[in-house]
Write a protein that binds this ligand. Structure first.
Ligand SMILES: Cc1cc2nc3c(=O)[nH]c(=O)nc-3n(C[C@H](O)[C@H](O)[C@H](O)COP(=O)(O)OP(=O)(O)OC[C@H]3O[C@@H](n4cnc5c(N)ncnc54)[C@H](O)[C@@H]3O)c2cc1C
Length: 412
C-alpha cells in the first residue's frame, strides 16, 4: 500500500472509528495498535444511543445485533432500602433507546472488520508509536516499533496528518508538547466480576448502590455481574493491606444480594484498578497532528460516556477533515491548522460540559457517599423528589450527549 494520508496511533474506539470513516471516504489511513488484539483489560463496554445511531448511519446496526449483548433501558441508584431511577432511555426518540452492553473487543472487531472492507484501510497490530517525526515545525509522521523491536530499530511512517488516539496515557500528545488541564478526581474504582445466579434478575438494571462510606455500581451481564467498587483516591493500597476479606465484606454490605458469592473473589488478582483521572488538552492540535478521544480528554467513568465521546470525536473529525484530506491526498497540500482547530472547537464544548457534570457527580455524590461516617444513615446522591424532574434531561444528556454528531461523510 502507498504511504497513508493519515496515520492514527491507537486502535481504541476513537482510532478505529476514525480509520473506518476515513477509509470509507476514500482516504488512505493506517491505524497503529500496540497490542496484538483488542482483548485488553476490561475497558468498559457501555455503547450509548449516540454511538448506536452512528452505527446505524454506517449500516452496521445489524452486525451489532449479531454480537451477544444486553440492553439497559433504565439506570438509577439504590440505598437506604429505596430504588430510584434517574435514567429512562425508553423516552428518547431514537432508533435504539437503550445502552448496549457490548464487550469492547467485540465492538472494536466489528469496526475493524467493517473498515477492512476498504482497500484504503490498514490496521497494523503490535505496532507501538513512540515518537513523532517533525520537519520544519510540522509533524510529518511517527516512529513506531514492531513486536520485539526496540526504539533503536524503529520504523518511520509518514503521513499528511497524524492522529493521536492513543488513550489517556498518550505518548504522542506528550511527544507533541501538548499541555493539559487536570481536574482532580476524589475516587478510584476497583473492577471485578461476580457470578450470576439463576435467581438474579437483569431487571435489576444498571444500579449505583451506596451505603455509608461505601458505593458500588452493579452492571448486569448475561452470565456475570460486573462490579465497579468505588474507593477514595489512592485508597487501593490501604484496601489491599486490609486483605481480600475487607473487600468481600465491603461488597456484601453495599450489595447485599451478592453476599452469598463474594467468596468467589479469591485475591486481589481477580480485580483491576482504574485510577480515575480527568483532564483536557488546552490545544488539541499542532501543525500536522490532532489528538482525539481520551488522548485529548481523559474521562471519568461516571455515566460510562468515555467510549461514546471518543466515537463522537472521530465522527466530528472525519466530517470536518475529509475535504482537506482529499486535497492532501490528491496534491500533497498540507492539512491547514484551521481545519484541525475546527475539530477542537466542535468537540470542546461537549467535552467540557460532560466533564463538569462528572466532576459534580464525583464531588457531591460519590465523594459524599464515600466520606460518610459508616455509622450514619446513608444520604441519597439525588433526593428522591428530584429524580422525576431530572429523568428526561438526564436521559438525553447521558444517552445522546451534548451536540450529538452524525456521519456526514459519504462513501467514496
Ligand atoms: C477500567 C475502565 C473502565 C471503563 N469503563 C467505561 C464504561 O463503562 N463506559 C465507557 O464509555 N467508558 C469507559 N471507560 C473509558 C473508556 O474505555 C475510554 O474513554 C475509551 O476507551 C476512550 O477511547 P480511546 O479510543 O480514546 O482510547 P482507548 O480506548 O484508551 O484506546 C487507545 C488505544 O491505543 C493503544 N495505544 C496506546 N498507546 C499506543 C501507542 N503508543 N501506539 C499504538 N497504540 C497505542 C491502546 O492499546 C488502545 O488500544 C473505562 C475505562 C477504563 C480504564
Amino acid at each position: 500500500m502507498p504511504e497513508p494520508t493519515v496515520c492514527v496511533a491507537g486502535g481504541g474506539p476513537a482510532g478505529v472509528m476514525l480509520g473506518l470513516l476515513l477509509a470509507r471516504a476514500g482516504i488512505r489511513v493506517t491505524v497503529l495498535e500496540k497490542h496484538a488484539d483488542f482483548l485488553r483489560d476490561f475497558r468498559g463496554d457501555t455503547v450509548h444511543p449516540s454511538t448506536l445511531e452512528v452505527l446505524a448511519e454506517l449500516g452496521l446496526a445489524d452486525r451489532l445485533e449479531e454480537i451477544p449483548h444486553q440492553r439497559v433501558e433504565r439506570a438509577g441508584f439504590e440505598g437506604a432500602g429505596r430504588r430510584v431511577d434517574i435514567l429512562d432511555l425508553r423516552r428518547l426518540r431514537v432508533r435504539h433507546p437503550y445502552i448496549a452492553l457490548v464487550p469492547q473487543w467485540d465492538f472494536l472487531e466489528l469496526l475493524a472488520a467493517a473498515a477492512s472492507a476498504y482497500p484504503e484501510f490498514e490496521l497494523r497490530r503490535e505496532a507501538e508509536a513512540y515518537d513523532l517525526v517533525v520537519e520544519s515545525g510540522r509533524v510529518v509522521g511517527v516512529r513506531f516499533r514492531d513486536r520485539g523491536g526496540d526504539p533503536g530499530d524503529g520504523h518511520v511512517l509518514r503521513a499528511a496528518l497524524t492522529v493521536a488516539a492513543d488513550g489517556r496515557h498518550s505518548t504522542l500528545r506528550r511527544a507533541a508538547g501538548l499541555t493539559s488541564r487536570a481536574f482532580g478526581a476524589p475516587i478510584d474504582v476497583v473492577w471485578f466480576r461476580l457470578p450470576w445466579a439463576e435467581s438474579d434478575s437483569a431487571a435489576q438494571a444498571l444500579t449505583f448502590r451506596f451505603g455509608p462510606g461505601r458505593a458500588a455500581v452493579t452492571i448486569p451481564r448475561r452470565t456475570y455481574w460486573q462490579i465497579a467498587y468505588l474507593i477514595r483516591k489512592g485508597g487501593f493500597e490501604d484496601l489491599r493491606g486490609q486483605g481480600i476479606d475487607a473487600l468481600r465484606q465491603g461488597v456484601a454490605q453495599t450489595v447485599p444480594f451478592l453476599a452469598d458469592r463474594v467468596g468467589e473473589l479469591r485475591s486481589f488478582d481477580d480485580t483491576s484498578v482504574l485510577e480515575v483521572r480527568m483532564d483536557r488538552l488546552r490545544r488539541w492540535y499542532r501543525p500536522g497532528l490532532l489528538a482525539i478521544g481520551d488522548a485529548a480528554h481523559a474521562m471519568s467513568p461516571v455515566a460510562g460516556v468515555g467510549i461514546n465521546l471518543a466515537v463522537q470525536d472521530a465522527v466530528a473529525a472525519a466530517n470536518l477533515l475529509v475535504p482537506s484530506l482529499r486535497e492532501a491526498q490528491r496534491s500533497g497540500v498540507p492539512v491547514p491548522d484551521r481545519a484541525l482547530a475546527a475539530v477542537q472547537r466542535r468537540r470542546q464544548l461537549p467535552t467540557a460540559v460532560t466533564q463538569a457534570f462528572q466532576r459534580a457527580v464525583q464531588t457531591f455524590g460519590l465523594n459524599r457517599a464515600l466520606r460518610a461516617d459508616p455509622g450514619a444513615s446513608p444520604a441519597a446522591p439525588v433526593p428522591a423528589w428530584l429524580a422525576p424532574v431530572i429523568r428526561r434531561p438526564m436521559s438525553r444528556f447521558v444517552g445522546l450527549g451534548v451536540r450529538p454528531e452524525h456521519v456526514r461523510t459519504r462513501p467514496d
